[in-house]
Design a binder for this molecule. Structure first.
Ligand SMILES: Cc1ncc(C[n+]2csc(CCOP(=O)(O)OP(=O)(O)O)c2C)c(N)n1
Length: 372
């Protein structure tokens, strides 16, 4: 054993076979294949199922609103609900989430109001919500930048003895960015309390995994950073929840970061402006649609007697109410204040910015006077 290593780490390459706790057909995986992880309690899984159903209805409604021109663009997370909701359900309200544009349903599950989430996608200039109120950072569009933010935030919390952890979502394509490497590396060096959830949905717009990397799987990279890596079935909410819970516990105990690769699939186009028929076969999409994460959990809950018709009706009413509230919020014309452009960037505005602000105010006043 090298004497250079301060803490020799018992880190091994993850299994190629992704960890599952509930199989494709909704049956519990035998205990000896669960690698020491327990299937979460039924009440926990029912809560996750509820959030997944609400999230899917929400996602479908947003896509419909893009077609009506109420939103310019929306990246759907349909089919990724187990990775998205399984992850955030394992977080405590004080842990910070660092999401990407793909992760609106995770932001929704964190409790951010609908209209606030969609502000950015609607074309407004800011993130829409107060990140401190929901311990949820703005959704990053520049790929992998959120990885650095999550590591920096977690390291600052560690220095302040604030016992929180951070979670960064990242796509398979974005792991090729330098920022991802820098973030993973320094999380290892500083033992940052961060959990990286790589959602391998197998495409970066039109670029498939095979053209992204020669790595056997993305979870393999963890060993190079001295970080434990897990390869999880990203359509099994039970497995995602169990592994993220364990990683968050490690992080809060001071044992450092974890990289979790959730193997899943983007069944919808990259965004509403993409045409996936140009780069992938419909039969592949159908194969993955059949592995639907909500149906899988539903089958398990029904077979365990935890989901009956009246609970289903109540969940579907809640989902409809969420969609209705969103339609109503987005069908109102936003009242925008151009002067807001000057807020929330600098604590102390430079003289040139103050001059521009004053000039715009004068123009708006003149415009107001001319309409009187
Ligand atoms: C730094 C940077 N480069 C390029 C882009 C353009 N871009 C937007 S999404 C995307 C693909 C990302 O794929 P992946 O990380 O797998 O996430 P997914 O969209 O599949 O969730 C690209 C290249 C960007 N947003 N930021």
């Amino acid at each position: 054993m090298s004497t250079i290593l301060a803490t020799p780490l018992p880190i091994e390459l993850p299994d190629v076979e992704p960890l599952r706790l509930i199989g494709d057909t909704g049956k519990a995986v035998p205990a000896k294949q669960r690698h020491g992880f327990e299937i979460p309690e039924l009440a926990t899984l029912l809560g996750i199922y509820r959030s997944m159903v609400v999230a899917r209805r929400w996602d479908t409604q947003v896509t419909a609103l893009t077609r009506q021109g109420r939103l310019s663009t929306y990246p759907s997370a349909r089919g990724q609900e187990a990775s998205e909701i399984g992850t955030v359900s394992a977080m405590s309200p004080s842990d910070w989430l660092f999401p990407t544009y793909r992760d609106s349903i995770a932001v929704l599950t964190r409790g951010v109001p609908t209209a606030e989430i969609l502000t950015g996608f609607r074309g407004d200039w800011h993130c829409g919500w107060n990140p401190h109120e929901h311990a949820t950072a703005p959704q990053a569009t520049p790929l992998a930048t959120q990885v650095l933010h999550a590591v920096g935030f977690a390291t600052a919390a560690k220095l302040k003895n604030d016992p929180i952890a951070t979670v960064a979502f990242i796509g398979d394509g974005a792991t090729s960015e330098g920022d991802a490497h820098e973030g993973f590396n320094f999380a290892g060096v500083w033992q940052a309390p961060t959990v990286f959830v790589i959602q391998n949905n197998q495409f970066a717009i039109s670029v498939p995994y095979s053209k992204q990397t020669r790595a056997r799987m993305l979870a393999d990279r963890a060993i190079g950073y001295g970080i434990p890596g897990f390869h999880v079935d990203g359509n099994d909410a039970a497995a995602v929840y169990a592994v993220v819970t364990a990683a968050l516990d490690r992080a809060r105990r001071g044992d450092g970061p974890t990289i979790i690769e959730c193997l899943t699939y983007r069944v919808e186009p990259h965004t509403n402006s993409d045409d996936p028929s140009r780069y992938r076969d419909a039969s592949e999409v159908e194969k993955w649609r059949a592995k639907d994460p909500i149906e899988r959990l539903e089958r398990y809950l029904v077979s365990e007697g935890a989901l009956n018709q009246s609970v289903r009706d109540e969940i579907s009413e809640a989902a409809e109410a969420t969609a209705k509230a969103m339609r109503e919020a987005l069908n109102q014309e936003p009242k925008l204040d151009p002067m807001e452009l000057f807020e929330n960037v600098y604590v102390t505005k430079r003289a040139s910015l103050q001059a521009q602000q004053a000039a715009l105010q004068t123009e708006l006043d003149l415009d107001g006077d001319s309409k009187k």
